[in-house]
Design a protein around this ligand. Structure first.
Ligand SMILES: Nc1ncnc2c1ncn2[C@@H]1O[C@H](COP(=O)(O)OP(=O)(O)OP(=O)(O)O)[C@@H](O)[C@H]1O
Ligand SMILES: [Mg+2]
Length: 400
């Protein structure tokens, strides 16, 4: 649509063009100091049927930034074709055109190039329509009889788009870093578990066998050394020492990785760990096992078992509990492990604390299997830790 007062505009045009506009680092028009490097040219797609308005708007944009290229269209087909051909940096559109209107132009732009800022430059747009267009996704609107607003509006739109892109890029980077960190954590846990298994096996087999051999030799020696109480006593002490060392080696190997986890499965390993815990701490530990488990995938069982161990360690270190109730159950297609103590109760602050690395590790392990761990504390009444993991992960490949 044609401008109402070309004369008035000519005055304003001079004013606008005189502004010390330069391109900033985000490719926007602004009144900042010139950047060190030249940004890419600014491509503007202008939907306008009046040749005079096209000339005027072009002139204003070029005066502000010389490397601006303006492509003009005035039919929906041409607009769509141009948008598909090259995504512009900015769309300026009249609201009332002979063959279509701003509504349609905005709809086409949102569909094909939703991230490109879209500014209406119209002589006829009422405030209500303008607000409606903004709601539908237009970036801004400028009335043709107040065209001095055009450059600041363009500037702001480009700046906001640049900032939004930077934010999105930063978010994406953060997401990627987070994914990598997660993958790394999973890998480290896997490697650590493999290492523990290997060391447990070697300690148990190599050292265990060597000591058993020594013990047999000592028995033989005891049979040969008949005279003297002292050598006999010495041999007896050495035997006892070797027995104690064999026991210690078994304990260390089991602590590194309980064989029962691999041979009898998770439920048995949890029961074994709970009775060890009771024996060692004197805290009464009640078990309820409500699963009919075949032996689940090794990494799945290991992750659940380590979560359980960490929960018990926390109870020993922090809870001041006298009783612990453990329940391992299958609920629908989830495996649920609940550990409830009657201690002092974990606080919300402790749960969300930056130092809660142990709790974070538990959550992360469950997370890797598509599950979760929840902590609930009641002051003076105790803490409940609930782990939920989909059983699908128990057979899935590569759970770490
Ligand atoms: N069962 C519990 N009862 C009461 N407080 C608990 C319990 N479990 C954890 N907490 C509190 O939550 C905090 C965080 O636990 P987390 O396991 O993350 O760290 P930690 O046990 O202190 O250290 P580590 O990193 O060695 O595990 C603990 O310091 C403790 O204050
Ligand atoms: Mg801990």
């Amino acid at each position: 649509m044609k401008l109402a007062h070309p004369k008035k505009l000519a005055v304003r045009r001079t004013k606008a063009a005189a502004l010390p506009l330069t391109a900033n680092a985000h490719g926007s028009i602004s009144q900042a100091a010139p950047p060190a490097s030249t940004p890419a040219a600014l491509r503007v797609l202008l939907v306008e049927d009046s040749a005079m308005d096209v000339a005027l708007i072009k002139h204003m944009l070029l005066a502000a930034r010389r490397d601006t290229s303006v492509t003009n269209v005035d039919t929906p087909e041409a607009f769509e074709t141009e948008l598909k051909l090259r995504v512009p940096d900015l769309i300026l559109s009249d609201y009332t055109l002979p063959t279509f209107d701003g509504n349609r132009a905005l709809e086409i732009a949102r569909r094909i190039a939703p991230r490109v800022p879209f500014i209406f430059v119209s002589g006829t747009m009422g405030e209500e329509v303008a607000i409606d267009m903004l709601k539908q996704g237009a970036t801004d609107y400028v009335l043709k009889n107040r065209l001095t607003r055009l450059l600041p509006a363009v500037s702001r739109a480009l700046l906001e788009t640049g900032q939004r892109r930077e934010r999105e890029a930063a978010d994406e980077k953060l997401r990627r870093a987070h994914d990598q960190l997660r993958a790394l954590t999973g890998h480290l846990q896997f490697v650590r578990e493999e290492e523990r298994t290997r060391i447990a096996r070697e300690v148990h087999d190599e050292l265990g066998q060597a000591l058993t051999g020594l013990r047999l030799d000592l028995s033989w020696l005891a049979g040969k050394v008949r005279s003297g109480r002292e050598p006999q006593l010495k041999i007896k002490n050495m035997s006892a020492h070797i027995d104690a060392t064999i026991q210690a080696i078994r304990r260390i190997a089991t602590e590194l990785r309980p064989g029962v986890l691999d041979t009898l499965g998770l439920a048995a390993a949890i029961e074994w760990q709970a009775s060890e815990f009771q024996e060692r701490t004197g805290i009464c530990c009640e078990m309820k096992i409500e699963v009919t488990e075949k032996i689940w995938e090794r990494n799945f069982s290991t992750a659940c078992f380590r979560i359980f161990q960490e929960t018990l360690t926390n109870i020993i270190r922090h809870a001041h509990a006298t009783r612990v109730d453990v329940r391992l159950a299958q609920e629908g297609d989830e495996l649920v492990l609940t550990v409830q103590d009657n201690g002092r109760g974990i606080t919300e602050r402790e749960i969300t604390g930056a130092n809660a690395i142990g709790l974070m590790g538990m959550k992360e392990r469950a997370n890797q299997m598509g599950g979760s761990v929840q902590f609930v504390g009641q002051t003076g009444l105790g803490t409940t830790v609930t782990m939920r993991v989909p059983l699908a992960a128990a057979v899935a490949e590569g759970v770490r």
